[in-house]
Design a protein around this ligand. Structure first.
Ligand code: FES
Length: 296
């Protein structure tokens, strides 16, 4: 498992300023709910002094996204909005005593939400600032430069490895072709050929202290806890597979194909992550089939 600082874990298990701010006059939305990874930042700004009086966040992201959002709100409360705009994603990571390189995109998402919220406060239109390179993965707001740098620095060779390191490609899969093009180009620079059937390096398995069987049972128990809410809406969820930090589920009944399915998955992910005390990712069963097909 990645090496998360004590502070990341503390902000994950006890996030500060979770939820929307009452009477917010600045709202910043980034990421995509359709892929289960999104952040909404709400601010209450004093119109006279332009000081941020209160800040709150709502996110369907992973544990690092929760910790990064929590840290961001703590950093910017009490700052003037001009000063808050100077907060970099590195500042967020530093506040948390560092983030694993694979999770730096969570701090980037926080910084972008802040820019979006300030633009909203000022009545301006905010656009994703990806001047450095084209936005490749819309679900996780990962641009070409970030993918290229990560591929080069880590010698990545497969789409799955890129997903493990950057999260790009871990949602709707629409960007897989773009990631393959980047891999093809970078490998060609080294005189190598991209092989779409290459097997990714071993995924690091999380250390939960539980045996595999105990962990499966715990996941079932946690799903049982949220099942009544789903059944009330004539839906359900079924555990399909557990592969390290990836937990595959099938949405059933009214939950299948529901427009809010991604949001529901996000809620399930958060519940399982909290219950297991691990950074896990809940994915739809179709993703398992897709990965299996790629490896076939
Ligand atoms: S655009 Fe959806 S996973 Fe990349």
């Amino acid at each position: 498992m990645w090496d998360y600082s004590e502070k990341v874990q503390e902000h994950f298990f006890s996030p500060r300023n979770a939820g929307a701010v009452d009477d917010a006059n600045a709202i910043g939305d980034v990421g995509s709910l359709s892929c289960g990874d999104a952040l909404r930042l709400t601010l209450k700004v004093d119109p006279d002094s332009e000081v941020i009086l209160d800040a709150g966040f709502q996110t369907f992201g992973c544990g690092s996204a929760i910790a990064s959002s929590s840290a961001l709100t703590e950093i910017i409360k009490g700052m003037k909005i001009d000063d808050a705009l100077g907060v970099s994603n590195q500042d967020i990571a530093d506040y948390l005593d560092g983030l694993p390189p694979e999770k730096m995109h969570c701090s980037v998402m926080g910084r972008e939400a802040l820019q979006a919220a300030v633009a909203n406060y000022r009545g301006e239109e905010w656009k994703d600032d990806h001047e450095e390179g084209a936005l490749i993965c819309k679900c996780f707001a990962i641009d070409e430069v970030m993918i290229e740098e990560t591929v080069r620095a880590n010698g990545l060779r497969t789409v799955e490895e890129v997903t493990n390191y950057t999260k790009a490609g871990g949602g709707c899969s629409a960007c897989h072709e773009g990631i393959e093009e980047i891999l093809t180009r970078i490998l060609a620079e080294k005189g190598e050929t991209f092989d779409p059937n290459a097997v990714a390096g071993e995924i690091k398995k999380p250390k939960s202290g539980l045996t595999n069987l105990q962990r499966m049972k715990r996941i079932e128990e946690l799903l049982d806890e949220i099942r009544p809410n789903l059944q009330r809406d004539h839906g359900d969820v079924e555990l399909v597979e557990v592969d390290g930090r990836y937990i595959y589920v099938k949405m059933i009944g009214a939950c299948a194909g529901c427009q809010m399915a991604a949001t529901t998955l996000g809620g399930i992910q958060q519940h399982l992550a909290e219950g297991l005390g691990e950074f896990i990712q809940v994915l739809p069963a179709e993703e398992l089939a897709r990965r299996a097909a790629m490896e076939a």
